[in-house]
Design a binder for this molecule. Structure first.
Ligand SMILES: Nc1ncnc2c1ncn2[C@@H]1O[C@H](COP(=O)(O)OP(=O)(O)O)[C@@H](O)[C@H]1O
Ligand SMILES: [Mg+2]
Length: 275
């Protein structure tokens, strides 16, 4: 077990129980309802740290719903009831003492369409810090400059943005905007980054470069990515979870799932017989 993982603070700020640290995300028997409609059925899954796990499956099978349950952001999208347990670094995120802002700081999210705020590139990067940090602790201008530079360097945007940090983020290309949306999570030191079809708005070159970036980030974060693109799941992920009708059908290392699926339903899907 990697001791750096067990020593990380969990979303509620308390230390993780002994022995519960090896999985980044651990769910047991999760049922999720939108009103009366059940979208997830008995989902139990263990997601490892420092790899990329892809959620795949036909449209409507619950990929986005499961992803959004990992930082409870789906509660914003309607009348949601969740049963079962979802632990991030050993802490049940549905416990009463969990702070949603803290949870969403440690479990960051990147959406299908890049959604930078209509403010400057610089301000986009420190927006999260500003909203999470009391003013006296925010640091001096020079410290913030360093934070901005290092976040932009990490996503390979520094060279193209260093002379235009005051420009609106929306003047960047879509690929650059999506990289910026990843960069703005980094000052908050997330442990998990959730990505919902992060390349679906990009052209082929943009997809390749953002996939490369995601691959580099896996060294330091747990990444869970929804994709409907099987090529991307094969290229970009270490493990894949195949979902169908709100259930997990199969979870395996990527090569195994594609070359030698255990379940007939998975085989049918990856052969393109449905979905
Ligand atoms: N906010 C919502 N309110 C009601 N039903 C929803 C909502 N979001 C998703 N659903 C339903 O839940 C099911 C799973 O959706 P989703 O998680 O978006 O699937 P996927 O990402 O795999 O396409 C679908 O039947 C969808 O219509
Ligand atoms: Mg979806």
């Amino acid at each position: 077990m990697d001791s750096s993982t067990t020593s990380q603070a969990n979303p509620a700020g308390a230390s993780a129980p002994e022995g519960a640290g090896q999985m980044s995300i651990r769910t047991r028997d999760v049922d999720l309802f939108y009103g009366d409609f059940q979208a997830l059925f008995g989902v139990s899954v263990d997601i490892k740290p420092n790899i990329i796990t892809s959620l795949i499956g036909p449209s409507g099978c619950g990929k986005t719903t499961l992803l959004r349950s990992f930082n409870r952001i789906n509660e914003r999208y309607g009348n949601v009831t969740t049963r079962g347990t979802i632990e991030i670094l050993g802490k049940n995120i549905y416990d009463a003492d969990v702070s949603l802002p803290e949870l969403r700081k440690s479990v960051g999210m990147v959406f299908q369409r890049p959604n930078p705020l209509p403010i400057s590139i610089y301000e986009n990067i420190i927006f999260g810090l500003r909203s999470h940090t009391p003013k006296p602790e925010l640091g001096r201008r020079g410290d913030l400059d360093d934070i901005v530079e290092s976040a932009l360097r990490e996503v390979q945007l520094w060279e193209v943005t260093k002379n235009r940090l005051k420009d609106r983020a929306t003047t960047l290309t879509l690929e650059q905007q999506q990289k910026l949306c990843i960069a703005r999570l980094l000052p908050l030191k997330p442990q998990v980054i959730l990505m919902d079809e992060p390349c679906s708005a990009l052209d082929a070159d943009g997809i390749e470069r953002v996939e490369e970036l995601i691959s580099e980030l896996r060294e330091r974060f747990t990444i869970v990515m929804v994709t409907h693109n099987m090529g991307q799941a094969k290229r970009a992920s270490d493990e894949c979870i195949y979902m169908y009708l709100g259930k997990i059908i199969e979870h395996a290392p990527t090569a195994e799932l594609f070359l030698n699926p255990r379940e007939e339903q998975t085989a049918m899907y990856i052969e393109g017989r449905y979905g």
